[in-house]
Design a protein around this ligand. Structure first.
Ligand code: SGN
Ligand code: CA
Length: 736
């Protein structure tokens, strides 16, 4: 009896504690391409002409972070970093053109839901696959539209709303807060705007805002890319001078061929096409007369080339800031609602944007480069009762930190695998750097056709920035204190040689820390037709599910379908085995395949075998450690997605006849590293090489005629050698 009372007392204590420990609500307001320079609290040259009182209010009542950065300055990748707490190479979303977010991976929304949070995502998502881990979502398809936008619903249907996108996203967010969430639970609401993304279409009410004002120009509007900076800078296609579309960007109607010297010809403005007649009328009334004036001025020779560029800058910056005006107003609506509803006190409000943007600096619009304007992400936060009002933080923070932060706020365990660190201590005392805090951030842009910005990566400390451009094998080094506008690379300046050496060392260490090298960055082989077809075919099979055993690897595994076929039929047909071996694959290709459909939701095998890596050392001469990290990335990925599946990691088969051959030695080195991954629970390691070698450790032709691939005899030895282990892991009866 007494025992019972104690138990029930304990239980009620626990209940009380868990109610008291209810984490704060999180309202995460996010926009697209919002540069810090366009938030007046950041105090830029634009602050006076285009104030953002509501955003500033968050900073005034909380903190502004002035060293806040993204990990990859482009839309989808930044969002993927936020959801996963991982750098792009590990979350698999490298760029906007070819990536698809693998929503089966661990993300903070899924984990925070488990802590009892209600999660909602409204607005721009841009990760190709549908959101996972949200109780509620309603998202723009792809980039979405400014006018009368469509939204994808949770049942995959589409719904069109009349009006202006920024207003509608806020309406939907408010609707969820007021009427749809479960009120007794804490929430995370991600309210994500399309604005101020290209093509910078303002709301009807703001079409004439800033008329008659001249916005200040950045000093570097006419940058000529000298100063010993990378020669790839000149190759960009994101210049205000040369890369503005006549219709899409500059909002003209008329003949495409007008002034081809000054404007790219595209006349189509898809936003205009979506408008109602009355929206079109307001639009034309606002732009028409100004456009006509420019045409006349150019025709009459009144404007020189420089003045035309300056005109474009004004058109661009005003439209951009007009879009921000609507964002700011709508942030105000949300803050007002928090006040009115009494939620404000318990709700952390964050404002950020997927990356920064060039507002004419270096002659650019768009982002991608590791220069300050687009590397920086605005970060404003209000946390009543915890963050003192009006503080400014210089702590180096990054978007990979958001997921661990939200998890700590909710009282959840932060997965060790996450690259980011919780910012909770940085919030609690914004003026101080948290203990053992990072001294630099790592950044990587993977290159895309759009806007032609070369692939590059680098690190940024409080004071310096080191950038590496692999295609041209160039380094750039900036002293941000002496050269905040990044006009001169000092990588060849003898005064900086020590700094250069030490930063290069840090750069290498960072990449090691994040296990980043060619073996761990997912890459497809889409240029090869057979590979594409095989991948498509395997995705189809994987989707059918019903497999119990999975083989992952390269040609050696692929060979179960050829030289190994008879043996395969004997051992693995009955066990329903899916062979995901692709001839010539390296670890990076396997990673890509797993992220892009081969690990279909329906595919839930009991056991997966992995043998990969021999081509990393063969084709691309990677060293053992890098190759091992590629193997580890595959194992980690599988563990994350299928925590219950058993993994049988196979030592790479010996190659080359002679045991002294460097490739043989390298495979041995890899194997001795792989062995350490075994945890005697889910990950098992097996090396069967002694069964393939003769007593002098030579590789006999009788099992591997080309000293790399097994023949039928070789496959027989392989199957027999792993039979015990496979049966132990999968619970199958042994085949003799
Ligand atoms: C579109 C834009 C580009 C922009 C990318 C990526 N062109 O392609 O200017 O860089 O999106 O932006 S547009 O003609 O469609 O406006 S991101 O924010 O999604 O990364
Ligand atoms: Ca963006």
């Amino acid at each position: 009896m007494q025992k019972k009372i104690i138990i029930s007392l304990l239980a009620s204590c626990y209940l009380l504690l868990s109610v008291a420990a209810k984490g704060p609500n999180i309202l995460f307001i996010f926009s697209d391409d919002h540069a810090e320079a366009a938030i007046s609290a950041y105090g830029s040259h634009l602050a006076k002409s285009a104030p953002t009182p509501n955003l500033d209010r968050i900073a005034k009542e909380g903190a502004i972070f002035k060293n806040s950065f993204c990990a990859n300055s482009i839309c989808g990748p930044s969002r993927a970093c936020i959801l996963t707490g991982l750098h792009s190479h590990t979350n698999g979303f490298l760029d906007n053109n070819n990536s698809r977010f693998d929503g089966t991976q661990t993300t903070f929304p899924q984990l925070i839901q488990k802590e009892g949070y209600q999660t909602a995502m409204i607005g721009k998502w841009h990760l190709v696959s549908n959101p996972t881990g949200f109780n509620y979502w309603e998202i723009l398809p792809g980039q979405g539209a400014y006018y009368n936008p469509d939204f994808i619903q949770m049942d995959n249907s589409r719904k069109r709303y009349q009006g202006y996108c920024t207003d509608i996203i806020t309406d939907l967010a408010l609707e969820w807060l007021k009427n749809e969430r479960e009120k007794d639970k804490p929430f995370v609401l991600m309210c994500q705007h399309k604005a101020p993304h290209r093509n910078w279409s303002p709301a009807p009410r703001h079409l004439n805002l800033f008329d008659g004002i001249k916005m200040p120009e950045p000093d570097t509007l006419f940058d000529r890319y000298g100063g010993n900076r990378s020669r790839t800078l000149k190759e960009h296609e994101m210049g205000i001078k040369d890369h503005m579309y006549w219709g899409h960007d500059m909002k003209f109607h008329g003949k495409e061929s007008m002034f081809p010297k000054h404007f790219l010809s595209g006349i189509i403005n898809r936003q205009y096409e979506r408008m109602t007649d009355s929206q079109k009328k307001q639009w034309d009334t606002a732009y028409g007369p100004k456009n006509e004036k420019l045409i006349n001025d150019i025709k009459s020779g009144k404007l020189n080339e420089k003045e035309i560029t300056q005109w474009k800058y004004q058109r661009y910056i005003k439209d951009y800031l007009r879009c921000i005006k609507a964002v700011d107003e709508n942030v105000g609506r949300l803050l007002d609602y928090l006040d009115d509803s009494g939620l404000a006190e318990d709700t952390i409000v964050i404002y950020s944007s997927d990356q920064g943007f060039y507002l004419g600096e270096h002659g650019w619009y768009d982002k991608r480069w590791m220069f300050e304007e687009s590397l920086a992400m605005p970060f404003l936060i209000r946390w009543p009762g915890v963050i003192p009002a009006g503080v400014e933080s210089k702590t180096l923070i990054q978007n990979i930190d958001y997921a661990p932060t939200f998890l700590e706020l909710a009282g959840a365990t932060i997965p060790k695998r996450m690259h980011g660190r919780s910012l909770v201590n940085a919030f609690k005392d914004p003026l101080k750097k948290p203990k053992d805090w990072r001294k630099s951030i790592y950044y990587a842009y993977y290159g895309e056709r759009t806007h032609r910005v070369a692939k590059h990566d680098g690190i940024r400390t409080d004071r310096h920035k080191l950038i590496h451009f692999p295609n041209t094998k160039e380094w750039n080094l900036f002293d941000l204190e002496k050269d905040p506008k990044e006009m001169n690379s000092v990588h060849e300046d003898p005064q900086y040689s020590n700094i250069l050496t030490s930063l290069k060392k840090t750069y290498t260490e960072k990449k090691k820390k994040y296990a980043l090298n060619n073996a761990t960055v997912p890459v497809p082989r889409l240029d090869q037709e057979w590979w594409r077809n095989r991948h498509r075919e395997k995705v189809k099979l994987a989707n059918k599910g019903n497999y119990e055993l999975l083989f992952l690897g390269d040609s050696i595994t692929h060979g179960w379908e050829n030289s190994g076929k008879t043996v395969f039929n004997k051992y693995y047909n009955k066990r329903k085995t899916l062979n995901l071996g692709f001839s010539g694959d390296r670890t990076e290709h396997v990673l890509w395949r797993l992220l892009n459909g081969e690990l279909a939701t329906n595919l839930n095998p009991k056991v997966a075998t992995i043998m990969i890596g021999t081509n990393n050392t063969g084709h691309s001469m990677q060293n053992a450690e890098e190759t091992f990290l590629g193997i580890k990335a595959i194992v980690d990925l599988l563990q994350d997605r299928r925590p219950k599946m058993k993994i049988l990691l196979l030592g790479i088969f010996p190659r080359a006849t002679n045991p002294e051959h460097p490739q043989r030695i390298r495979n041995n080195e890899i194997n001795s590293l792989s062995k350490t991954l075994a945890d005697s629970k889910n990950i098992h390691y097996l090396d069967i090489s002694t069964r393939l070698l003769d007593e002098k450790k030579n590789l006999p032709k009788s099992v591997m005629p080309d000293a790399l691939h097994p023949n039928e005899q070789g496959y027989k030895i392989w199957a027999k050698a792993m039979e015990d282990k496979i049966c132990e892991l999968g619970g199958w009866g042994k085949i003799q």
